[in-house]
Design a protein around this ligand. Structure first.
Ligand code: GLU
Length: 424
């Protein structure tokens, strides 16, 4: 099947600049002094490695690998690893900074980091991906560590890659160290609830926001862009709570059904169909761009950066946007969305459920103990709900958007901690 690659976006922003522009606005609103602003504006560490890998046909291909630690002020740095052709240093830098703010918004004791390898995992064999993952881990063995920097899955990676990473790191250390990475398979010390955690947090954020906007979930229509880990679990859990998911999409296109798409069937179809929705017949096929501008109550962008931008922001017809992806709205589109009166549950708040349960996984690994799914879900739901309320209150207090309010909450926490710790 030929994948339809996303259309090029005219105003595709440099993701780091996009992050910085919100950071700048929030810092001013908060009256952050220059000293702390300067500490937080650039990453603490940036590492780039070349990874020569023997491919299945015997040739050697060299891949670029990245890891950026934005900050370790709140604790060891935390953040996923992305396998995608779009990976580049500026993107990894932005994603690392977003992790700093995300961990601070939900008040977990981590700094922020991100990693990535520029590759197309869809065109690689499992053996090639395994060798690449082990080579990357070996190259980063001095960076990673349960008290230093703790990776996790992101776009293009999952429990399988995390298992290889844990094994490769453990071999370097000469002992099993499962707390070096989260998002592992259950048998290796993964946590119950981790697989659905980001989608579950999106669901909690969406329901809390709907409550504020007085949208009845049983009458709510929702479109979800992206049907990977985040989008599919968010759809399933929102459907379970009475919402109607009218549109979903992936790289094969978008699928619309006004009466509601049966999500369990869509997931089963995707899983039997090589991971994509091409040929799904419980819905009418529409374009990815049309999905974004549907008249719905809630839009959940759960794929990648900059999908809501100055080209289409004016045409967004949702009352609420809940950002399952990192950076799905370009900073240049923020103003248009605000002016239209659309509430946004921003990425660093709405998709923080994943890293929250990663934190629980790390805690369980260090305790040598396992929590029940009920305990994981109850605690993560509470954290997500409390964080939403904190950000909502801040947005009223400072008279700013939910996005800027989330940055204010995060920057305030990190800068206060920095002031106590101090520097050289
Ligand atoms: N990659 C996920 C994120 O962007 C999860 C990170 C983690 O669990 O450390 O939030």
């Amino acid at each position: 099947m030929a994948y339809i690659e996303p259309a090029p976006i005219k105003d595709r922003e440099n993701p780091f600049e996009s992050m910085m522009s919100r950071f700048h606005i929030a810092s001013q609103a908060l009256g952050l002094d220059d000293e702390v602003y300067n500490v937080l504006k650039s990453p603490a560490k940036q590492v780039q490695v070349s990874l020569p890998i023997t491919m299945d046909d015997g040739s050697i291909k060299v891949f670029d690998g990245f890891r950026v630690i934005h900050s370790n002020i709140l604790g060891p740095s935390k953040g996923g690893i992305r396998y995608d052709m779009s990976v580049h240093m500026d993107e990894v830098k932005a994603l690392a900074a977003w992790m700093t703010w995300k961990c601070a918004v939900v008040d977990i004791p981590y700094g922020g980091a991100k990693g990535g390898i520029k590759c197309n995992p869809r065109q690689m064999s499992s053996g090639e991906i395994e060798r690449l993952t082990r080579a990357y881990t070996f190259a980063m063995a001095e960076i990673f560590g349960p008290d230093r920097d703790i990776p996790a899955p992101d776009m293009g990676t999952g429990p399988r890659e995390m298992a290889w990473l844990m094994d490769a790191y453990s071999r370097v250390q000469g002992m099993t160290v499962n707390s070096v990475v989260t998002g592992k398979p259950l048998v290796l010390g993964g946590s119950l609830g981790r697989a659905e955690a980001t989608g579950r947090g999106v669901m909690v954020s969406a329901l809390t926001a709907m409550e504020k906007l007085r949208i009845n979930p049983y009458q709510a229509s929702i479109s979800v862009q992206g049907f990977g880990n985040v989008g599919s679990y968010a759809s399933l859990l929102l459907e379970e709570r009475g919402c109607r998911i009218v549109a979903i999409s992936d790289l094969s296109g978008a699928y619309y059904n006004e009466k509601g798409i049966p999500i369990e069937e869509a997931i089963a179809f995707r899983d039997k169909n090589n991971g994509h929705l091409d040929g799904f017949d419980q819905a009418e096929k529409i374009s990815g761009e049309d999905l974004l501008t549907l008249k719905v109550d809630v839009l959940v962008p759960a794929a990648t950066e900059d999908v809501i931008n100055t080209d289409n922001a004016e045409n967004i017809n949702a009352r609420l946007i809940v950002e399952g992806a990192n950076g799905p709205t370009s900073s240049t589109a923020d103003g248009i969305i605000n002016e239209k009166g659309i509430m946004v549950a921003p990425d660093i708040l709405a998709n923080a459920g994943g890293v929250t349960v990663s934190y629980f996984e790390w805690v369980q690994n260090r305790l040598g103990y396992k929590w029940s799914a009920e305990r994981v879900n109850r605690r993560s739901d509470r954290i997500m709900k409390d964080a939403f309320e904190r950000v909502y209150k801040t947005s009223l207090e400072y008279k700013v958007s939910m996005r800027i309010a989330a940055y204010i909450v995060a920057i305030d926490k990190v800068s206060k901690t920095y002031k106590f710790r101090g520097g050289f």
